[in-house]
Design a protein around this ligand. Structure first.
Ligand SMILES: *Cc1c(COP(=O)(O)O)cnc(C)c1O
Length: 485
């Protein structure tokens, strides 16, 4: 079992101001061999009060050391549920950095930009093949904007049919972006209780002719497959509504089941989750949206098309909801996703899904004897425990903080809201059995600590640079400025 002795990190580092040495400089340049032109002395200064005096190597080492304090998927296991923090193969980075892609000016004429357009066209086609949707937009900047895009298209479709429907049904397991996107699109949100899995009866109880759409995540945020989904789609369709699927959990379906075949009308992808683009540090995402044939006219502008002359950006779409994002969306993410799909191949994508599900179920099997599992249905790619059963009034927060001492990024906590003190673990397919065993060992050891040494848990993390922060004050009264003593 891994100890909490840390990984040889030195967590002490003076600020640059404190490292300053009088007279040290960060450059060394030969004397000029041309006459010096001295700017107007009144407009320049020779000294900046308090500016640190350091060499180049001092500065480089300072920032390099600080960078090792950061936690990322390249440094360790990152079991953040709902986020699909899989390892991102570097071959995708190499593809995204090809000069032919990075040097394109956004206003390059289409005729000179056929390679980029071909990539987008092929990515639309491949995502369509994976999901079962005949049409696609690559514009949205992330999942949440994809949801908003989808809701605008649903709105436009109803309007084109002369309908003014005002409500969207969303189950209580939903991610917060679902009600937010619906509200932003002008809808009233009707929450439906799911008891783990959504039933046709529960949807029928709130379905009426004022409902524009049902918005559902499958598998849902408990990691459970919505077993009634086909019947639920039929029910919503019979009453004239559409079904939106939040595709953030596609990592549990890819290559196995296609939402478009199940009866879903609109779905977004999170390329930065399922299709392996680094995220979590605020980097750009991408949230393509797939639609059924009847919603095709409403896709945002432009759509990448192909005819005898080559690839084109089609702006001539009178029923479109319009533009959502400048130029091509987040093109670099599209390149990474396409590279990922090609390097994995169809069988590889299916295998990724199978391993993601296997890994989550392995964790479930190892932890279930000790941690409380409120929903007993079959897990897919993630598993959600509750804090019930932790000894000595230890809470999920304490477990998460203590995991930092063991060298792990904590899982998602207190989401989904329907689980009391939720601890939501998503290992993804990219982790080895060894890594997962070490992580389970740590969680089992922490449960023991809750019995024997609860005070330790409540103080954790004890080995991190900053200890337990006040959850509210850290945000409300952050200390962001350095002050000399
Ligand atoms: C991540 C996520 C979203 C939002 O996607 P972003 O790309 O972060 O905007 C929506 N729903 C679920 C279930 C998610 O996990």
């Amino acid at each position: 079992m891994m100890s909490t002795e840390g990984r040889g990190l030195v967590l002490e580092e003076n600020l640059l101001f404190e490292q300053s040495q009088p007279g040290r400089v960060g450059y060394s340049l030969a004397a000029p061999d041309v006459p010096m032109t001295v700017p107007d002395a009144a407009l320049t200064r020779t000294e900046i009060q308090g500016f640190p005096e350091l060499s180049e190597v001092d500065v480089v080492r300072h920032y390099t050391r600080l960078s090792t304090w950061n936690y990322g998927v390249d440094s360790g296991f990152y079991p953040l549920g709902s986020c699909t923090m899989k390892y991102n193969p570097k071959v995708n980075e190499a593809a995204a950095r090809l000069p032919g892609f990075t040097d394109i000016h956004p206003q390059t004429p289409e005729a000179l930009n056929q390679g980029a357009l071909e990539l987008m066209y092929n990515l639309q086609r491949d995502l369509g093949e994976i999901s079962g949707f005949p049409a696609m937009t690559l514009q949205p900047a992330a999942g949440a904007q994809g949801e908003f895009t989808g809701m605008l298209m649903i709105h436009a479709w109803h309007e084109a049919n002369g309908q003014k429907r005002r409500k969207v049904i969303i189950p209580d397991t939903a991610h917060g972006t679902n009600p937010a996107s619906s509200a932003l699109a002008g809808y009233e949100v009707v929450t439906v209780a799911s008891n783990g899995i959504l039933t046709k009866e529960a949807v029928a109880a709130v379905m009426d002719d004022d409902v524009a759409a049902l918005m559902v995540t499958n598998p849902n945020t408990l990691g459970l497959f919505e077993a009634d989904i086909r019947g639920i789609c039929d029910l919503v369709h019979e009453r004239g509504g559409l079904v939106y699927s939040d595709g953030a959990n596609l990592n549990a379906l890819m290559g196995i089941s296609r939402p478009g075949d199940i009866g879903i009308d609109v779905m977004h992808f999170n390329l930065h989750k399922t299709f392996s683009t680094p995220h979590g540090g605020g980097g750009p995402g991408s949230g393509p949206v797939g639609v059924v044939e009847k919603l095709k006219p409403f896709l945002p502008l432009p759509v990448v098309t192909k005819d005898a002359d080559g690839y084109k950006l089609d702006y001539d779409r009178p029923q479109s909801i319009g533009r959502l994002k400048s130029f091509y969306g987040h093109f670099g993410v599209l390149v990474r996703a396409y590279s990922y799909i090609l390097s994995m191949g169809g069988e590889g994508l299916k295998r990724a899904t199978e391993l993601a599900v296997l890994n989550a179920n392995y964790i479930r099997a190892r932890l279930e004897p000790v941690y409380t599992l409120p929903n007993k249905q079959r897990s897919l790619h993630e598993v959600v425990f509750s804090e019930d059963g932790l000894q000595n009034e230890c809470h999920t927060l304490d477990v998460a903080k203590r995991l930092i001492d063991y060298g792990y990024h904590p899982p998602t906590i207190y989401f989904p809201l329907v689980v009391h003190g939720a601890l939501m673990i998503e290992p993804t397919e990219t982790e080895s059995k060894q890594t997962i065993d070490e992580f389970c060992d740590a969680l089992l050891a922490i449960a023991e600590e809750a019995k024997d040494n609860p005070e330790l848990l409540k103080q954790a993390p004890v080995r991190a640079k900053v200890k337990r922060l006040h959850e509210a004050m850290a945000a409300r009264k952050p200390k962001l400025r350095w002050e000399s003593e």
